[in-house]
Design a protein around this ligand. Structure first.
Ligand code: ADP
Ligand code: MG
Length: 592
């Protein structure tokens, strides 16, 4: 693939030069204009590792210089068992990313002039273990991809400062993080083993008839609304399964553990306000990811196809068939092919469900806190006052059983406000002072004693999930003549002229995922959306190709990027669905 001309000269990896050559070049350009730094692009032999300067920044305030450091297997010295399978390799890479971050704060002075001068940075990491492009371990070879702010005062090259960075700081960081013998080897093993256990646990769930597992002793609450770290152990009440829901699993590394299994079907989480319902659900939502040791959620796993559903009024909806939930809108608006620039609470929630089903969701998580009330319930009094014909919404309560029986989709629902759901639940868990109790039997008895008399309004069948075909011409990453894809934060993605709002896509956990999503949409537009494949087909194929070729394949041609984290297909599709220019065609009905 052609490399854009502007980038070509930065990419010359002609031959490996001795490290001394880099230091001499830095001495030579000391005091010159910033552009002189362009001459240091290339590959250098540092003895223990090779350093590759890929792309040199244009000025001290621009995006910093991309650099790679590669350690050969003999130098890195990692035992093969640490990267023996996919789970382990990703966890090892994740650990090394964190080790590199620690080494930066230990060895890098930081500020050395104007703008980003003196900085060394690699992807920041949260509580989740994610597949990233910042560290690659392959056949024992270790590659770090990081950025360096080449030092300058104003626009004048500070060659001596750069020499210190390249001859002292960076080698220390690379060796501290990249050599097995310099690491806390027990911690590496624990990291890798924990992740492998979580993947194994997640895969065991279907065989046990479960959609989720929460280990006894887990710490679910977080430190605060803005911190994803665990609440202090002296305040947090550790999770303890009710005996009737307790299951025993045997993990490859940790061996036997016990915890609460959430069975396939409809599970209701009830309990008084502030008793820990939403905290439990949030832990389950995040259970699609592996967590680092010490997080408290290392034994919280949900099926990989678990999707959080919420109301999201204001979002755009493009030709979604929402008839299972909404019909007969005022002014005869069509709900088999529903589009709006600004959805209401209930229509957005319906669209979010239908889009998740379209992508193959197997578990839906809903919280009353973030749901539209009229989408969730319609009680007997309302049924009498407002005739069915006058109410476009078929409430979720009347569709949830059909989801289970017809579509094989389970639902985990936090509902402290309406006991009507007792009639449709398979399992009822009550949170009481942060401790769960199995109250399924009591809820059944209550439902028997106090019959609601409500009429079911769900009809005979759930209805069709209509696949949609994205039209590639409706997606354009350009602004003016240039491709412009920039994650503003994890929740806002600049894509061409559009800004995609992802704040309510709650299982997106890292801005590096948002960055990857931007480039994945761009790639999908060029190579996967062809006007024939459905959204699910096209994005599944893209994901499979990433499995085969690695996450690097999503980078723009000729670029090597260390700042992606892999998103799930659901968040990728959610971003496509929120792109305001998106046009789709519904797949014509073949059945009936
Ligand atoms: P609910 O949804 O039932 O109203 P939340 O899940 O929002 O309750 O929890 C209310 C508060 O209790 C939150 O501040 C949360 O951090 C805290 N909390 C939740 N679970 C625990 C726990 N296991 N131990 C200690 N505090 C908890
Ligand atoms: Mg709540």
């Amino acid at each position: 693939m052609a490399i854009p001309p502007r980038e070509r000269d930065d990419l010359v990896v002609a031959r490996v030069l001795p490290a001394s050559e880099l230091l001499q070049r830095l001495a030579r350009i000391d005091g010159r204009g910033y552009k002189a730094y362009k001459s240091i692009a290339g590959e250098y032999d540092f003895g223990d590792f090779r350093l590759i300067i890929d792309h040199v920044q244009g000025d001290p305030y621009a995006a910093p210089t991309s650099v790679r450091a590669v350690l050969d297997p003999e130098v890195a010295g990692f035992p093969g068992k640490l990267y023996a399978n996919r789970s382990r390799r990703i966890a090892l890479e994740d650990y090394l990313n964190r080790a590199f971050l620690r080494a930066i704060s230990r060895f890098v002075k930081g500020h050395r002039g104007s703008g980003k001068s003196g900085m060394v940075a690699i992807l920041p990491c949260g509580q989740e273990i994610l597949e990233r492009t910042s560290v690659r371990v392959s056949g024992g070879r270790v590659e770090f991809r990081f950025v360096v702010g080449l030092p300058a005062r104003g626009r004048t090259v500070l060659g001596r400062e750069a020499q210190v960075m390249f001859s002292e700081e960076i080698p220390k960081v690379v060796k501290a993080a990249g050599c097995y013998r310099n690491l806390d080897t027990a911690a590496v093993e624990r990291h890798v083993a924990t992740a492998e256990d979580q993947d194994a646990l997640r895969e065991m769930l279907p065989g046990m008839g479960l959609v989720a597992f929460i280990g006894d002793g887990s710490i679910l609450p977080r430190r605060s609304g803005v911190s994803d770290e665990p609440m202090n152990r002296d305040r947090a009440v550790p999770f303890r399964s009710p005996p009737s829901l307790r299951v025993r699993v045997c993990l490859p590394n940790r061996g036997e553990v016990t915890g609460m299994g959430i069975p396939f079907g409809v599970t209701l989480i009830v309990g008084g306000g502030y008793h820990g319902k939403s905290t439990l659900l949030r832990a389950l939502e995040r259970g699609v990811y592996n967590h680092i040791p010490g997080d408290g959620r290392e034994l919280v796993c949900t099926l990989a196809e678990t999707v959080k559903i919420r109301a999201e009024d204001g979002r755009r909806v493009e030709k979604v068939d929402i008839t299972p939930f909404i019909q007969n809108l005022p002014q005869g608006q069509d709900t088999t092919c529903f589009s709006t620039e600004e959805a209401s609470g209930s229509t957005s929630q319906a669209a979010n469900i239908m889009e998740a089903l379209e992508m193959g969701a197997k578990v839906l998580c809903l919280d009353e806190d973030t749901s539209a009330t009229n989408f969730m319930i319609r009680d007997v009094r309302m049924q009498h006052l407002v005739a069915k014909e006058k109410e476009p919404i078929t409430p979720f309560i009347d569709k949830v059983r059909q989801l289970v029986t017809e579509k094989g989709v389970s639902v985990i629902l936090v509902m402290g406000g309406s006991g009507d759901y007792f009639d449709v639940a398979d399992t009822v868990i009550m949170m009481d002072e942060y401790v769960p109790y199995d109250v399924t039997q009591q809820a059944r008895e209550v439902a028997e004693r106090f019959r609601t008399g409500r009429k079911e309004e769900g009809g005979g069948r759930f209805g069709r999930v209509t696949p949609r075909i994205p039209l590639p011409h409706s997606i354009d990453a350009r602004r003016g003549s240039k491709v412009k894809i920039t994650p503003r934060t994890e929740e806002r993605l600049q894509f061409g002229r559009e800004e995609i709002q992802l704040a309510y896509v709650e299982q997106l956990v890292d801005v590096a995922q948002t960055r990857a999503i931007g480039d994945m949409i761009h790639l999908a537009q060029a190579r996967y959306f062809d006007g024939r494949k459905t959204m699910a087909e096209a994005l599944t194929q893209l994901m499979r190709d990433i499995d085969r070729h690695g996450l690097d394949m999503i980078a723009p041609p000729g670029r090597i990027r260390g700042d992606y984290a892999r998103p799930r297909i659901f968040e990728l599709a959610a971003a496509v669905n929120r792109l305001r220019t998106l046009k789709v065609r519904q797949l014509p009905r073949r059945d009936s």
